[in-house]
Design a protein around this ligand. Sequence first.
Ligand SMILES: N[C@@H](CCC(=O)N[C@@H](CS)C(=O)NCC(=O)O)C(=O)O
Length: 228
Amino acid sequence: MARLLYELAGADPDRRFSPFCWRTRFALAHKNLAAEGMPWRFTEKDRLAFSGQGLVPVLVDGGQTITDSWRIAEWLEEKHPAPALFGANRGFARFINTWADTVLHPALARLIVKDIHDCLAPPDQAYFRTTREARFGATLEAVQGAREVEVIGFRKLFGPVRAALAGQPWLGGGAPDYADYILLGSLQWARCTSPFRLFTEDDVVFAWRARGFALFEGMAAKAVGYPA
Ligand SMILES: N[C@@H](CCC(=O)N[C@@H](CS)C(=O)NCC(=O)O)C(=O)O
């Protein structure tokens, strides 16, 4: 039975830009597992009804349906233990997961939110504008309009990541693991939707991101998006 991954798509069905779906894409690639990508749009909630909720990623594997990127990662680790996705310390990856969701994404979204909107199909544009403007309490244009200033604070958030990468090539140590994939997924969200430059080329995060996007035969680098 084919393994299916429901992934958020833009107006171009090949523009797969969800940070959470990219976590799952990296996890599948790490374990050398193929999955057919099923493009899904924000306003197609009915197509996810079978999963009992309305968010992607949704993985359908061997007759089972698994939702939520963290649960999918744990499920893949249990079903396909080698190569290990979490390394010795699953708690560290859990911390990075929560930090990305609660600190990094709110800051990153402000830098790219209008660009995301512009990538979407028209029905999704209306949904996205209404829900996100209510969340931010401002127009998409006003939020993104401050990005040349806000990117400075965004870069500072990566201080602990820089400190870790000063002593090792990956957050996972000598090889990438799920902690790397979580943050690479966040940065791939930006690369797929926005031409805005997040990092300067002399930043260790810039080099780590390039290495990460080159993994698995350039899986992330080759995806529809902008030069990182
Ligand atoms: N905690 C979930 C979050 C999933 C999530 O928020 N997915 C977004 C796509 S980036 C979504 O489906 N949003 C639908 C919507 O906003 O209606 C995970 O890690 O998978």
